[in-house]
Design a protein around this ligand. Sequence first.
Ligand code: HMG
Ligand code: MG
Length: 283
Amino acid sequence: MTERVTIFEVGPRDGLQSLGLQVPTETKVALIEALSRTGLTKIEATSFVSPRWVPQMADAAEVMAQITRIPAVCYSALTPNLRGMEGAIAARCDEVAIFASASEGFSRANLNCSIEESFERFTPIMERAREVGIPVRGYLSAVIACPYDGGVAPQTVTRWTAKLLEIGCYEVSLGDTIGAGTVETLDAMLDVLLDECPTDKLAGHFHDTHGNARELVATALERGLRTFDASVAGLGGCPYAPGSRGNIDTRLVMEVLEAQGFSHGVDRDALVQAEQIAQGIVG
Ligand code: HMG
Ligand code: MG
């Protein structure tokens, strides 16, 4: 039996959020439905954030209402505050994600508050999640470097990752938001982080800015991580991280996993339809 690795598809959210054009709701729905037919079990469908901040995600409720769901798939959404959480509950999201930053500069740019303040906002979200029984994933951005503050110390990453787990996130996705990582800096960060946090509570979230995300996934796999975020056709970027490029392509993650002898459960042929929709969106 080959060991299974989870691919967490974030294309419909991370991939589409920073596009200059407004993607029609029906196209987003078609993309999510095509992804649902590939064998992926985790799909981040949208985010319940301020439409003033991220206009592309303004139709979060409509997207969730219109998709035909497959029971084996967990449909997730980002929630920055209690208002977003209530939206996600009303829209019957299976799971939500809170997102913090390991650097103050990115926290301000992305959430308009300090890191400490962002955690104050998470408290009512976590309470509400416990009440309604929805799992919460945590994201930590800028785990290697911040577009505003520069390099981020592994000890800082460890502190905030541990805190996200302590407040009840079932897993923390480590975001190399601007794709600054190298095998060396990723290894150095994991050297410190893995002393404190277990690998089965961590996921890798790489942006392929310098074309080395494949090596980063391979490195994280070697260090024991078994969940990787990916974006269909490499869609993406972050609106508050200048220079950030798309997430690592879902197909590339599949290739790395296969080369290292892991299984992932995603059907290559079925993925083509989702890729065509994604390519149609970006032209
Ligand atoms: P703020 O301006 O400080 O807060 O934003 P506010 O409470 O003054 O709200 C501003 C406006 O938004 C108000 O509307 C609110 O009502 C409304 P107005 O009165 O001006 O008309 N509002 C909302 N509307 C809908 N849903 C909500 C909501 N909340 C407020 N939930 C806030 C603070 C957190 C809201 C804002 O900064 C925000 O929405 N930020 C989200 C930014 C974002 O989505 N970034 C991308 C996702 S993170 C990412 O990509 C990184 C990741 O991929 C990992 C990695 O790569 O590192 C996860
Ligand atoms: Mg991202």
